[in-house]
Design a protein around this ligand. Structure first.
Ligand SMILES: C[S@@+](CC[C@H](N)C(=O)[O-])C[C@H]1O[C@@H](n2cnc3c(N)ncnc32)[C@H](O)[C@@H]1O
Length: 415
């Protein structure tokens, strides 16, 4: 498969790009198969042709915190939708690269860039197995339904790791299998059509994560967003030209095809570390919370090992997060990062550390209340929840009982 697959993939997506350009897309066109995954807010203000060209299986920009000034790289950028969305987030001082090997897709993406008037974007021609960027230059790697198409996934992961800065985030939507891949019919495994349709090149979930770890990534995880039950037969038969015998290839029970959010992080360069808080940290934490507008004075009652601090190499406290324990559940609170350290993974590291601590304590769930960070916490498994569904002991906590405004959004992560 590996020798010929790239050319088949290139031809498949060149045809897709030509089809979008030939359609002379207008605003009334329905979105492409990936476009409908995006919210109306995301689509608004972006060229309809970019939305129509979307062939993704998720929304990677929804799963990662991209902040102004950062450098983002989209592997297999296609018509450029995720690049243009990221460009809005990084702002004029940031930069977004879209990398694609297919000339027709690059032409379409550049047209979309011109339509959007995005000046902080550059589309590069190249292979995601040999990324044409220097080492340690990228803050965030995104990708949407592309890595499954690569012939040598390990090369992709090694290259992604190489170009990321220390602490950089890998946040992609991709296809994966769950279950025993040896059960897959040989015909499906060998089908070039099924490979080009993002099916037979998909890795098994645990294998995916193991390969990421082998490339050096930490905190590797996969969150299923969609299960494609019963659609494999269909996608085998498309586009027209696939053999009828291919249609006999269906997924056996015991194997599921899913798409998901796959995350990982390049370890930091030791510029900050996370540890349990001690009473000696209290003055620094008080100052940090006051600077970030989160000081309510009440956190001090529970301050101690339920809190973690991030410290720079000189020992200075640059971040804090705590989990209050109320019965069998926790309340994540006081997640704050020194302004000079934002966008460098400190909040992520602290939040993950506290969730791991809560899991280790055997807590059932962790809740939080937020007025500003509803889009930040889902990456850690938090989802919006009805405030009234919180356990009674949590409802009686200071934050629920009044320290946080009634308009704050409640979120819960099941552990
Ligand atoms: C399924 S489409 C997804 C496009 C885009 N990410 C989106 O969400 O619409 C796959 C894209 O990846 C590109 N691609 C596939 N394999 C590649 C490789 N090895 N190197 C660079 N680009 C690749 C194709 O040209 C195509 O544009």
């Amino acid at each position: 498969m590996s020798g010929e697959v790239k050319e088949h993939v290139r031809r498949r997506y060149a045809a897709a790009a030509r089809a979008v350009r030939a359609s002379g897309c207008c605003g009334a066109e329905p979105p492409g198969i990936g476009g409908e995954l995006y919210s109306a807010g995301d689509r608004k203000g972006l060229p309809a042709q970019a939305v129509q060209a979307s062939l993704g299986c998720g929304v990677p920009t929804a799963m990662v915190d991209i902040v102004p000034g950062e450098t983002v790289l989209d592997l297999g950028s296609g018509g450029g939708l995720d690049v243009l969305l990221s460009a809005k987030r990084v702002g004029p001082n940031g930069r977004v690269y879209g990398l694609d090997m297919t000339d027709e897709m690059l032409a379409l993406a550049r047209e979309n860039q011109a339509r959007a008037g995005a000046t902080n974007v550059e589309f590069l021609k190249g292979d995601i197995e040999a990324i044409p960027l220097p080492d340690a230059t990228v803050d965030v790697i995104i990708s949407n339904c592309v890595i499954n198409l690569a012939a040598d996934k390990d090369k992709v992961f090694r290259e992604a790791f190489r170009v990321l800065k220390p602490g950089g985030r890998f946040a992609v939507s991709d296809m994966a299998f769950q279950g025993d891949l040896s059960l897959l019919p040989e015909r499906l495994r060998q089908s070039t059509e099924a490979w080009c349709e993002c099916v037979s090149g998909a890795l098994e979930e645990r294998d995916y994560l193991a390969r990421l770890r082998a490339a050096g990534f930490v905190d590797a995880s996969l969150e299923v967003t969609q299960v494609y039950a019963g659609t494999t037969e269909q996608s085998c038969c498309e586009p027209a030209g696939a053999t009828a015998s291919c249609c006999e290839s269906v997924l056996p029970s015991g194997v599921r095809l899913v798409s998901g959010f796959i995350r990982g992080r390049k370890p930091g360069d030791g510029r900050f570390s996370v540890r349990e808080a001690t009473p000696a940290d209290l003055p620094a934490v008080r100052r940090l919370l006051s600077e970030t507008g989160l000081a309510d004075g009440k956190f001090e009652v529970q301050f101690g090992p339920k809190f973690a601090v991030a410290t720079a190499t000189d020992g200075r406290v640059i971040g804090v997060a705590g989990v209050e324990v109320h019965g069998d559940d926790g309340l994540l609170r006081s997640v704050a990062t020194d302004a000079a350290w934002r966008g460098r993974g400190v909040g992520d590291a602290l939040t993950r550390d506290r969730l791991a601590w809560a899991r280790g304590r055997g807590l059932r769930s962790v809740w939080l209340l937020t007025t500003t960070a509803q889009d930040y916490f889902p990456r850690f498994g938090f989802a919006r929840a009805d405030r009234s569904a919180a356990p009674p002991e949590l409802q009686r906590s200071e934050e629920f009982a009044g320290a946080c405004p009634a308009t704050a959004t409640a979120m819960r992560a099941q552990l």
